[in-house]
Design a protein around this ligand. Structure first.
Ligand code: ATP
Ligand code: MG
Length: 569
């Protein structure tokens, strides 16, 4: 490719609309242009990167036993009504009607479609296991589409679905996908962790998310520096902590706490440590109000609360709910006297507290000398809190660390959730009808590209890992009016192409500074510059984008050097 022909309109300014670095750099590097919120034109450089990521994904899926197919983007409502998800999916689903008024959606995911396909074609255990996948646009009308390709409303996903005879078979398929994902993200040159994630109702070890480690990640993860344990904070197991206070024989005592609503205000005012207080948070769910309790120094994890009470919808209750249904006051909520008015759930560590402080359910009042069980009884007790850095690892006891991650993929054991709902059954060796045991496995191909930029950039621009760079090498004659330089550049360009290197020739009649800036911004891993001085000495100048190192190499040896460099990037 010649830069003079390349459609990559670069920008010098940082576009105001872009909040994260990958979005800014993709706009500046002439890779991306917005069509509507969360919907983009992928310009040629982007498309080249996406095709490279797709090729890696395809190779690894095929290697693991997957077969590629392509399902429709437009899906009939009836499929989704059969599993009940037409109603549950809510506003995130793009819906449309045909000329006859029939309902359809743009596929946000394809469990319904693939399960109905497989149910009508697979009858016998002999046809299993089966792994089918596609790489395709997905559509989700996200509440907050943002960060460019990180959270689009139209995005590219690889989705694979596995069908097995039994759970042992699912384990094998799941492991194959987990290993393939590990190879894919390694090959893409990314630093990542596979973390245990929340599987909703399915739970257990039923799902892992693959997180690219980056400051801008929307997910918080905890991991153990000394063992394999890593989890999304939504899922990370909190240990039950002992109390450091003695049981109190004193009765509950109200105390005036005028205007002291937050844990910080109450602890400062009453001079008690936060770990001796009880934090009470009210949630609204489809099963009514739920009040969750945790120690004042802990955060309540609403995902754990949601799973414990089996709710589909959960949101913070508002002041009016708290007043009307609990007869209490926001900021002064507490568990004493709430029995019968709501479901009370407590984090296990709360039950070890003694002589604690909590809200009195009256304005400007708290209670002292609270004893759990004596003064209130939760309906359910479980691990309901967020785990913090420094806490012991649940596997090996070392201090846990935290990091931010971008979810680029997820593997998920579905078991028989969809095969039962859609009656996708097969006959086993004994002629007995059984539901197929399923898994689903997604990779956000376009998000992976953005995550790669988030992880690999500097003040000058993108630093592509060689395997997914739009071009691996840029050849830059410093002065295109100089015949000798141009001729050598053409020769090197041709030789690199012949050697299978993905190369761009910057034949534009621009100042060297402009060409170098663009090369750094777009982030080609290797740049070969040809200037008068080097030329006179029979040398070329090779620059490695990642470490900025510049090498002067004899013209006869450049090819070997470039190949060596690329292998290490
Ligand atoms: P998130 O929690 O980030 O909304 P998700 O868990 O809903 O994602 P999945 O259903 O697991 O997403 O989809 C599989 C993969 O598709 C994700 O791991 C992610 O890489 C990608 N993905 C999901 N939503 C988007 C989006 N709006 N834009 C780009 N990629 C996405
Ligand atoms: Mg996910």
């Amino acid at each position: 490719m010649r830069a003079s022909k390349l459609f990559a309109p670069t920008l010098r300014e940082v576009p105001a609309e872009a909040e994260v670095v990958s979005h800014q750099l993709m706009l500046r590097a002439g890779m991306l242009r917005k069509a509507a919120g969360g919907i983009y034109n992928y310009l040629p450089l982007t498309w080249r990167v996406l095709k490279k990521i797709e090729a890696i994904v395809r190779e690894e899926m095929d290697e693991a036993g997957g077969q590629e197919l392509l399902m429709p983007i437009i899906q009939p409502a009836e499929l989704w009504q059969e599993t009940g998800r037409w109603d549950v999916y809510g506003d995130e689903m793009f819906r449309l009607q045909d000329r006859h008024g029939r309902n359809f959606c743009l596929g946000p995911t394809h469990e319904e479609m693939i399960t109905t396909l497989v149910r009508s074609e697979v009858r016998s255990y002999r046809q299993l296991p089966l792994m089918l996948y596609q790489i395709q646009n997905k559509y989700r009308d996200e509440i907050r589409p943002r960060f460019g390709l990180m959270r689009g409303r139209e995005f590219i996903m690889k989705d694979l679905y596995s069908f097995d005879r039994d759970e042992a078979g699912l384990e094998v398929s799941y492991r194959k996908m987990y290993d393939a994902y590990t190879r894919i993200f390694n090959r893409c040159g990314l630093k990542f962790r596979a973390v245990e994630a929340d599987g909703g109702a399915i739970g257990g070890t039923g799902t892992h998310e693959f997180m690219v480690i980056a400051e801008s990640g929307e997910a918080a993860i905890v991991f153990c520096p000394d063992c394999e344990y890593a989890a999304n904070v939504e899922k990370a197991e909190g240990q039950v902590l002992p109390s450091n206070t003695e049981p109190s024989s004193q009765d509950l005592t109200p105390v005036a706490t005028p205007g002291k609503r937050s844990i910080e205000e109450v602890t400062a005012f009453l001079k008690v440590p936060a770990e001796q207080t009880i934090k009470s948070i009210a949630f609204r769910t489809e099963h009514g109000l739920v009040v969750a309790l945790a120690r004042g120094d802990h955060e309540i994890n609403d995902v754990k609360v949601q799973n414990l009470v089996g709710a589909i919808q959960i949101e913070l209750a508002d002041e009016a709910d708290i007043q009307r249904e609990l007869g209490s006051v926001a900021g002064f909520l507490g568990p004493v006297g709430l029995a019968g008015k709501c479901t009370i759930v407590a984090d296990s560590s709360v039950m070890n507290l003694h002589d604690a402080v909590c809200g009195a359910n009256k304005p400007d009042e708290h209670l002292l000398h609270v004893e759990p069980l004596r003064d209130f009884k939760p309906d359910q007790i479980a691990d309901l809190r967020m785990v913090k850095a420094g806490e012991p690892c649940p596997r090996c006891g070392s201090a846990l660390a935290t990091a931010r991650g971008i979810e680029v993929g997820q593997v998920f054991k579905l078991f028989t959730k969809y095969s039962e709902a859609l009656k996708a059954t097969f006959l086993d060796e004994n002629g007995k009808e059984k539901p197929m045991v399923m898994g689903c496995y997604g990779i956000g191909v376009s998000r992976t590209m953005a995550a790669a930029i988030e992880q690999h950039n500097d003040a000058d621009g993108i630093i592509w890992p060689a395997a997914i760079a739009p071009f691996q090498v840029a050849v830059v004659p410093i002065n295109t009016k100089d015949e000798a330089q141009l001729q050598l550049a053409e020769r090197i360009y041709g030789e690199l192409k012949a050697a299978g290197v993905d190369v761009l020739l910057d034949d534009r009649n621009e100042r060297p500074g402009v060409k170098f800036k663009d090369a750094d911004l777009i982030g080609y891993p290797v740049r070969i510059a040809l200037g008068p001085k080097a030329l006179a000495e029979g040398m070329v100048e090779i620059k490695c984008r990642r470490d900025g190192q510049v090498l002067l190499v004899p013209q006869t040896e450049y090819l070997q050097k470039v190949q060596e460099l690329l292998a290490g990037l």
